[in-house]
Write a protein that binds this ligand. Structure first.
Ligand SMILES: Cc1cc2nc3c(=O)[nH]c(=O)nc-3n(C[C@H](O)[C@H](O)[C@H](O)COP(=O)(O)O)c2cc1C
Length: 422
C-alpha cells in the first residue's frame, strides 16, 4: 500500500488532520505534530515550497496493522514471517517516483523541518538509504541527513551494514535516499539482519513493493517513493549535530560522511515525510523490528508468548516479556536470552501468561506481588546502548532483569488475581 493509499485509508477512518493554511517548516510543523500526536497530519501548504508534508504516519501499532492488513495482535508474527521468508520484488520500467526528474538538484526547495531550536539545522529524519555492494547486494537503512549546501548532505551513519559497505569499498559509493514511503518499507528498513539480507525483500513479504532503477545510479528503489535523492557517499567528513535522539535527549556532535546529490526525482505534487524525532512514530520504528528478534531468542530457551519494548523505555531500553512458565528457571533464562538478542536493552521484566504486557499497571502489579529482589533479580555489567546518556563512555552499563513470574515452590493460589463480581 503506497503512502498515498495509506493516507486515503486513514482519512476514510476519520484519523487524518488536513492543515490547509501556510505553515513554517522551522519549528511550527514540529509543534503541530507534537500537539496532534494521535492523528496523521497532512500539511497542504508549507513555507514557499511546492511540496506537501505528512507526519505522525505510524504513531500507533494500529497504523502498521492497517498498512499490512492484519490485526494488531498479529503484527509480531507477521514481521517474524517476513524476516524468515523474504521475497523478490518486481522490477518495473516506469515508477511514479520519477514523474519529475531534476538533474540540477536543490535540496533547499524541499521543506525539510527544523524540530528544535538547538538542532544543527533542518534535517531529513525519514530518509531510507539504499546502497548496493557487489558482494552483499542491496541494503536499506535509516540515516538522518542534514543539508549543508544545495546539493550536499551530512548523514549520521552508525557502524552497521552501510558503514561496512563504505569501509569495504574504500571509495565513494552510490546511494539513493528515499522519502515518503509506505509503512512496510519503513518497517523493513529498520530491521537489522544478516548483512547479506536485502531488506527490500522483507518489505515485499510484508506488503507487495515494486522497484524501479534510479535515473543516475545502479540502484533499485521503491517505485512509489514520493522523493528520491540520487547521489554518492563521499569520503569527506563534516560536523554533524546536535540533533535529538529517541531518548528525548541530544546526541553528541560528530564528524560524519558528506553525501553529494546529483539528481532528485519525485512524484507530482510530492509529499515529504516529517518523522518527528523522539515521537511514538520514531520509537515504534526503532522498537517494533527488535521485538521479533527478542521473541525468537527467548523462544529458544522457554515458551515465549509476547514481547514489548515499552514506550516509557523509549521502545529501546526497556522490555517486558510474557512467557508460559514451565520450569522454575524459565524467567531467568528468558532474561539472559533477551539481553543477548538486544544488547542495547537495560531493563527486562518477565511475566506470566495472565499479565497484559501492554498495560504497565498490570506489569507493575506482577512485580509488586510476585517478585523478590533477593531471589528473582539479575544484575550484570555489560556494553549497552550508545543512546543511553547514563552509560559510561565505552557504553558499559548496569543491566537489570526482573523475573516477576510466580515461583513454583509457593502456593500458586496466593498469586491469582481476584475477579470482582464473579
Ligand atoms: C526513525 C529511525 C531513524 C534512524 N536514524 C539512524 C541514523 O541517523 N543513523 C544510523 O546509523 N541509524 C539510524 N537508525 C537505525 C538504523 O536505520 C537501523 O538500525 C537499521 O536497521 C540498520 O540497518 P542495517 O542492519 O542494515 O545496518 C534509525 C532507525 C530509525 C527507525
Amino acid at each position: 500500500m503506497s503512502l498515498r493509499e495509506f493516507i486515503n485509508k486513514v482519512e476514510e477512518r476519520g484519523e487524518l488532520l488536513r492543515i490547509e493554511r501556510n505553515v513554517n517548516p522551522k519549528l511550527e510543523i514540529a509543534r503541530i505534530l507534537n500537539e496532534n500526536s494521535n492523528r496523521v497530519v497532512l500539511f497542504e501548504n508549507v513555507g514557499n515550497s511546492n511540496y506537501r508534508v505528512v507526519g505522525n504516519l505510524c504513531n500507533k501499532r494500529e497504523n502498521f496493522a492497517i498498512a499490512l492488513n492484519v490485526g494488531t495482535g498479529d503484527l509480531l508474527h507477521r514481521i517474524i514471517s517476513a524476516i524468515e521468508n523474504p521475497t523478490k520484488p518486481e522490477i518495473i520500467k516506469n515508477g511514479n517516483c520519477q514523474e519529475v526528474v531534476e538533474y540540477d538538484p536543490n535540496l533547499f526547495e524541499i521543506p525539510i523541518p527544523t524540530y528544535t531550536s538547538r538542532d544543527m539545522g533542518p534535517y531529513i529524519t525519514s530518509g531510507v538509504f539504499i546502497a548496493n555492494d557487489p558482494e552483499y547486494g542491496f541494503n536499506m537503512s535509516f540515516h538522518r541527513a542534514s543539508p549543508i549546501s544545495k546539493n550536499e548532505l551530512v548523514a549520521r551513519i552508525c557502524h552497521r551494514d552501510l558503514y561496512r559497505y563504505i569501509k569495504k569499498s574504500k571509495n565513494e559509493i552510490e546511494v539513493a535516499i528515499c522519502i515518503g514511503l509506505d509503512l512496510s518499507v519503513l518497517l523493513a528498513a529498520a530491521i537489522s539482519t544478516d548483512i547479506k539480507t536485502n531488506e527490500l525483500e522483507i518489505a515485499n513479504s510484508l506488503s507487495r513493493v515494486e522497484l524501479v532503477r534510479c535515473k543516475t545510479k545502479d540502484i533499485l528503489v521503491p517505485a512509489d517513493s514520493e522523493i528520491v535523492l540520487e547521489g554518492n557517499i563521499t569520503m569527506r567528513k563534516h560536523k554533524e549535530g546536535p540533533f535529538p535522539d529517541i531518548t528525548k535527549t541530544y546526541d553528541i556532535v560528530r564528524e560524519e560522511f558528506v553525501i553529494k546529490i546529483d539528481c532528485i526525482t519525485h512524484r507530482r505534487n510530492p509529499i515529504f515525510h516529517a518523522l518527528l524525532p523522539a515521537s511514538k512514530e520514531h520509537e515504534l520504528l526503532m522498537g517494533m523490528p527488535r521485538e521479533p528478534i527478542i521473541y525468537n531468542a527467548v523462544n529458544e530457551v522457554c515458551k515465549c508468548r509476547d514481547v514489548l519494548l515499552t514506550h516509557g523505555g523509549c521502545s529501546w531500553l526497556h522490555c517486558v516479556i510474557k512467557i508460559d512458565k514451565r520450569n522454575e528457571d524459565d524467567g531467568k533464562k528468558a532474561i539472559n536470552a533477551a539481553f543477548k538478542a538486544h544488547p542495547s536493552m537495560k531493563h527486562v521484566v518477565v511475566v506470566d501468561n495472565d499479565i497484559d504486557i501492554h498495560n504497565m499497571e498490570e506489569v507493575e502489579w506482577a512485580i509488586a506481588t510476585r517478585f523478590q529482589a533477593g531471589r528473582d533479580l539479575i544484575i550484570k555489567k555489560e556494553k549497552g546502548s550508545s543512546l543511553d546518556p547514563s552509560a559510561n563512555e565505552d557504553r558499559t552499563t548496569y543491566k537489570v532483569g526482573i523475573d516477576a513470574t510466580i515461583p513454583f515452590d509457593m502456593d500458586g493460589r496466593k498469586f491469582k488475581r481476584i475477579k470482582l463480581g464473579e
